[in-house]
Design a protein. Structure first.
Length: 166
C-alpha cells in the first residue's frame, strides 16, 4: 500500500493544514487588516496556500492521496480562520479558502462512499459533472442535465410519465 511505501504521506496530506492553522491563529490584526507583505514567513505561507488552491492537479492529487491512505481530506481548524484570511491586504486567499472549505465539505459528504472504495475516481468524469468546483480537475466527458418535472405528463395510474425523444 502507498502508506507503507511513503510513511509520511498521511502526515503530509492531513497535517499541513494544522500547521497553517496554528500559524494564522497567531497573526495580529492591525486596523482590520493583516499585512503579510513585510513578514517573510507570513508572506511565504500565503503564497504557498494560494499556489496550492490555484493548482487543480495538485489539489486533485492531494485529495486522491488522502483517500488512498484511507482518510477523508481535512483542513483541521482552517475553516474557522477564513474570516482572518479575508483580512489579508491584497490577497484573494480568504475568499479562495472559504470556497474551498465549502467545496471540500460537499465533496466529502456526497462522494465519501465512492472515494473510499476508489480514490482515483476523483479524476473521472462523474465527480466533476456533479461537483462544479474551481479547485479540482474538470472534464467535459460527462454532463448533468436537469429534467423539467413540471412538463412531465401524468399517467392513468397517477405516476408521471417520462418521454425521451431522440
Amino acid at each position: 500500500m502507498i502508506v507503507a511505501k511513503y510513511p509520511l504521506i498521511l502526515y503530509a496530506t492531513q497535517f499541513w493544514s494544522y500547521h497553517a492553522f496554528r500559524s494564522i491563529e497567531q497573526w495580529e490584526i492591525v486596523s482590520n487588516k493583516i499585512d503579510a507583505g513585510h513578514d517573510p514567513p507570513k508572506r511565504g505561507l500565503v503564497q504557498m496556500m494560494t499556489a496550492f488552491l490555484s493548482n487543480k492537479p495538485v489539489v486533485t492529487t492531494w485529495t486522491e492521496i488522502a483517500w488512498t491512505a484511507g482518510h477523508e481530506p481535512c483542513l483541521n481548524g482552517l475553516p474557522f480562520l477564513t474570516w482572518k484570511l479575508s483580512l489579508l491586504r491584497d490577497s484573494p486567499l480568504g475568499e479562495m479558502m472559504n470556497r474551498f472549505c465549502q467545496d471540500l465539505s460537499t465533496l466529502n459528504l456526497q462522494w465519501q462512499h465512492v472515494l473510499l472504495d476508489d480514490p482515483s475516481e476523483i479524476w473521472q468524469p462523474s465527480i466533476p459533472a456533479f461537483l462544479k468546483s474551481p479547485f479540482w480537475v474538470q472534464t467535459n466527458d460527462a454532463s448533468v442535465t436537469c429534467l423539467d418535472t413540471a412538463r412531465l405528463e401524468w399517467s392513468s395510474s397517477g405516476h408521471r410519465r417520462l418521454f425521451i425523444r431522440r
